[in-house]
Design a protein around this ligand. Structure first.
Ligand SMILES: *Cc1c(COP(=O)(O)O)cnc(C)c1O
Length: 400
């Protein structure tokens, strides 16, 4: 972040350097100027909202290869809305009655290894509609007979999650899942909130695919639902029911549309090269520190991102990965790293949301802390609560 940008932060907010990735708790993404511009042009005007969503549908269809699309408040909202659509169809009476499912379709099947938390639980996003979440298999594996066995006349949909959060092995693959569900006429909804691939999940047979507008797409907080036209229509119709509290304003719809256009027009190779250069520099700087091991980790779901794992040896650095990440977060500016795997002895630096200058600051701060701690301690690793504990404590104190 440049000094100008820091100075521009409103209401005395502390600046944050985000080496964690695209995190909603850090404000998701840096919205691109052309997206901000499109949003500010629509804000002072009145528009016919269903016309706007109709236009959004066309942009989403072009970007995803789906027949139609609509914009909702977030990907999490998109999951609830998509599940509701599969339960009610276009029956307005049923739409009004949710979460009372009457005698209609009320079960949603999810592989147990896909029941993730993304800050809230996937299961809750499903159950919010009144549906029962039927978890199949085990975290160690799920087989076709378990999917087939769980499907019955009450089955509204299968929800399939593509994410680094899921169990990455032993699950039924998307293509097989869609093929099996199709035999019973059951639609598959893919939660692809954080995925770069806008076309592959629908191409693999998903009825609906859901994306975050504010993650890689770099748009405003929003969710994008794409897929089969009748189902997308019934998603949009949920605004007459449980989707009411999940709808977005004109600015976010336009912002999501413009972010999709910007994404389609981006120079992916140039962006990738810049990210790679940032990682290479950090690898060199941090790898040279005594007691520090660095290694690269490719994104587990195939997003074209390589992150740098930073693994301080607690005995030689005086700090473990968790303590180091908390000290980085507590500094000025606050440096946030990807620490959800700190129990494994490392955190990751994500190159997508930092400038080159910011990455240099991150490396300098790590070097400083490691040297400082080493001179202060006799080598014992501090016992620290996890970053998740720290976040929870912060929530319980809020708004103080
Ligand atoms: C981030 C994420 C979500 C939630 O996305 P929002 O748009 O922030 O609601 C849902 N599922 C997965 C897999 C995610 O990574």
């Amino acid at each position: 972040m440049t000094e100008q940008e820091q100075a521009a932060l409103p209401f005395g907010l502390r600046p944050v350097i985000n080496a964690a990735g695209t995190m909603t708790y850090l404000g998701a993404s840096r919205v691109a100027p052309r997206v901000i511009d499109a949003m500010s042009r629509v804000l002072p005007a009145f528009v016919n909202m269903s016309d706007l969503q109709r236009r959004a549908s066309r942009v989403i269809a072009r970007a995803t290869g789906g027949e139609a699309g609509c914009v909702t408040a977030s990907a999490a909202a998109g999951i609830s809305v998509a599940v509701a659509a599969c339960m009610t169809g276009d029956d307005l009476y049923r739409i009004e009655q949710l979460p009372d499912t009457l005698d209609g379709k009320s079960e949603v099947i999810v592989q147990k290894g896909h029941v993730v938390g993304y800050g809230a639980s996937l299961s809750q996003a499903i159950r919010l509609t009144g549906a029962t979440c039927i978890e199949i298999g085990a975290v160690s594996g799920c087989a076709g007979y378990q999917l087939r066995g769980a499907i019955n006349e009450r089955t509204a949909a299968v929800v399939y999650v593509v994410s680094h959060h899921t169990v990455q092995t032993g699950m039924i693959g998307l293509r097989d899942c869609c093929a099996m569900a199709a035999e019973y006429g059951v639609p598959v909804i893919v939660d692809a909130a954080s995925e770069y691939d806008l076309t592959g999940f629908l191409a693999a047979g998903a009825a609906l695919a859901i994306y975050s507008g504010h993650k890689f797409l770099g748009g405003p907080t929003s969710g994008i639902i794409a897929g089969r036209k009748p189902l997308v229509r019934t998603c949009y119709m949920q605004e007459k029911g449980i989707g009411r509290g999940m709808k977005v304003g004109k600015e976010s719809i336009v912002g999501a549309m413009e972010a999709l256009e910007a994404w389609l027009a981006r120079d992916a190779d140039a962006i990738r090269a810049a990210e790679e250069a940032r990682i290479a520099r950090a690898e060199q700087t941090l790898g040279a520190l005594e007691g520090m091991r660095v290694f690269r980790i490719a994104d587990p779901t195939g997003n074209p991102i390589v992150r740098l794992a930073v693994a301080p040896d607690p005995l030689r650095c005086g700090l473990d990965a968790s303590a180091l990440s908390r000290l980085l977060a507590a500094g000025e500016p606050s440096v946030r790293v990807r620490a959800h795997e700190a129990e494994l002895g490392y955190f990751q630096l994500d190159p997508c949301n930092v400038t080159d200058e910011e990455m240099d600051v991150v490396c300098a701060r790590i070097a400083e802390l490691v040297r400082g701690e080493r001179s202060k301690t006799s080598g014992a690793a501090p016992t620290a609560p996890t970053p998740a504990d720290a976040a929870l404590a912060d929530l319980l104190r809020w708004p103080d």
